[in-house]
Design a protein. Sequence first.
Length: 280
Amino acid sequence: MERKISKKIINIGIFCILILGAIIMTFPFYYMFITSLKETGYIFTVPPQLIPKPATFQNYITVWKETDFPRYFINSVTITLPAIILNVLLSTLTAYGFARYNFPGKETFFSLLIATLAVPGLLLIIPQFDIVSKIRWLMDNKITLILTGGIGGIAFNAFFLRGFFEAMPVEYEESAELDGANAWQRFIYIVFPQALPSVGALTIMSFLGIWDDYFWPSLILTSKNNWTLPIGIMTFHGQYSVQWNVLFAGTMISLAPVLVVYVLFQKYFIQSVSEGGLKL
């Protein structure tokens, strides 16, 4: 009896700690949301308003109609979607090749690929920018960001997916091969559907990395017409003041696609984590 009571107390304590951690993690997002609903005069009131009175959606209307925010939004979408498709395609093919095919120097090449993870991304910015700047048409071109976004992160993605492919039974592919299916057909109809949990998790991570990227696009995109959302949102910072309510309204709009992608792929992400998608 005493053991059951002590176990319940421990469970209640763990539950309370988890709730407290969830509140701490979500409060900044809540504060950003309520600030986006406030009028300018109520942003810095003491004590701060945790429920905006009066609440207004005028800041969202201002962002969408009185700035170039819609253009920035469309630019981000037209860059992110093709880059994700390219990134997921190249990553899955790379991981599948290392998992299923034997070729000379296979493990050496894979080790070299993984070794690139030890190089900080910022160290590669200078040589990448030097290459792009020498090819003039790549500067201020959204295609450059699509290509770099599609290629970037392949080393980690291949490391992430290889273990999953190796854990998949090879008998299904062998049966399909006996029925006349070629390599592409086996990959598309047999391997890829089974890999959806890990691919879903990979899609979420790739989307976040490309959608939220600020530094690299700010170097490449020099004209205002090609700016993405992170760059455009920074323009809400004035020289002497910041319109925090308008800034947070724009940030909340930019978060909406992230939430949509997570809702669409969350079951694959959770399944990948629960099944141990990162298998070695």
